[in-house]
Design a protein around this ligand. Structure first.
Ligand SMILES: Nc1ncnc2c1ncn2[C@@H]1O[C@H](COP(=O)(O)OP(=O)(O)O)[C@@H](O)[C@H]1O
Ligand SMILES: [Mg+2]
Length: 364
């Protein structure tokens, strides 16, 4: 299917995908948007993790509901607990009162646990419970509350290391990282820098009411050679400076005066000169097709799980009256019988007999 290279996510937010690496990211986001599984987004600072989370939300059926972002690193333990789960307290008149947390405020939407690194233990415990049971308690509350939100966590830290160091609960990590979406650093997709820079310049120029300067091939080449350790955020700041007071000469000088950090050297696929390789293909996962087929499988399984849940629920509600359950699900009786077999659903022993192939014949 044709996908534009610049896609509008919201009023002020666009998603540019003009390199194989970003197009792969876009495809994965689209597949994940069809499920409700938690996603862990990883990548360097400024590479586009928050934006990727917004993209998943905007492509999902939850898109007309809120997208809520909580910066976990910015809050202390108690504040973060209250912010996420809400709390119950006494009002001035002594009556009990509740303050809703983000899981309740953002109902039916998606919640991004941003800057999710080593969050306090108390928050980890509550989150794990929520992921296990689909329910949570407000702080100080007694009543379980259903969490109808899609959970996305984003981090530029190494959560596996945090697990090894016993700073993050292993079970929580596994539940959050059902699927990991890796946002590649800008130097692995330098072929899209000209489009990105042009797009950023145009947007900024429109915002400030000034004409967008022409970008020469010398400048674009220099931009593609540079490693951008601060990723898209650094590129955006460069565009702002260029627009605000720069001639192209100044912009080039600015670029060449930038430090080539040692960390960027190391990440430069071992060539050690601190410059993005030009002309050669960026490092790709060993088996990109394996990756997307396992994702497809995951999506299929996640859908199957949802379907299985819906069917089991309908059967329960109708006390295993399969005709009534089929009507409730708005599918044919025969389709329901197949699904019951496919998902190995069995009626509670005391209320019904195990159905067999005769049922299918009767249904014809
Ligand atoms: N694919 C993209 N296309 C266009 N702009 C992007 C894209 N990804 C990120 N950006 C922009 O780059 C900046 C940094 O992105 P952000 O998502 O905040 O990074 P991170 O969360 O990884 O630090 C933001 O201003 C964002 O709008
Ligand atoms: Mg971010």
């Amino acid at each position: 299917m044709y996908q534009p290279e610049i896609e509008r996510i919201s009023e002020e937010l666009y998603f540019v995908a003009a390199s194989p690496a970003t197009r792969r990211l876009r495809t994965q986001a689209e597949l994940l948007a069809q499920t409700d599984v938690p996603v862990l987004i990883t990548g360097e600072a400024g590479s586009g993790k928050t934006t990727a989370a917004r993209l998943i939300h905007s492509l999902s059926i939850r898109s007309s509901f809120p997208f809520t972002r909580v910066k976990c690193a910015a809050l202390t333990s108690d504040l973060l607990e209250n912010e996420l789960f809400g709390y119950e307290h006494a009002a001035a008149n002594g009556r009990p009162e509740s303050t809703l947390g983000k899981f309740e405020q953002g109902v039916k939407g998606s919640i991004l646990l941003d800057e999710f690194d080593v969050v306090p233990d108390a928050v980890q415990r509550r989150l794990l419970k929520l992921l296990e049971t689909g329910e949570f308690f407000r702080c100080g509350g007694q009543k379980p509350i259903r969490a109808d939100v899609r959970i996305i966590a984003a981090t530029c830290g190494d959560l596996e290391l945090a697990v090894a160091e016993k700073k993050v609960q292993e079970e929580l990590f596994y539940r959050l990282s059902v699927f990991e979406l890796r946002v590649p650093p800008l130097r692995e997709r330098h072929e899209e820098i000209p489009l990105l820079l042009g797009h950023l310049m145009n947007r900024l120029a429109r915002r400030y009411g000034v004409p967008a300067p022409r970008l020469s091939s010398v400048l674009l080449d220099a931009c593609q050679q540079y490693a951008w350790p601060g990723n898209l955020r650094e590129l955006e700041n460069f565009a702002k400076r260029f627009l605000a007071h720069g001639s192209e000469e100044d912009a080039l000088r600015d670029l060449h005066s930038r430090p080539r950090p040692a960390s960027a050297d190391k990440l430069e696929n071992g060539n050690g000169n601190g410059h993005a390789r030009s002309g050669s293909e960026p490092a790709a996962p060993a088996h990109p097709s394996d990756e997307s087929s396992s994702l497809k499988l995951l999506v299929r399984n996640a859908k199957g799980e949802a379907e299985r849940g819906a069917i089991a629920h309908a059967l329960e509600q109708t006390h295993w009256n399969r005709k009534a359950a089929a009507r409730l699900l708005n599918i044919s009786y025969r389709a329901l019988l197949y699904k019951i077999q496919e998902y190995h659903l069995v009626p509670p022993a005391e209320s019904a007999r195990i159905f067999d192939a005769d049922d299918l014949r009767q249904a014809k």
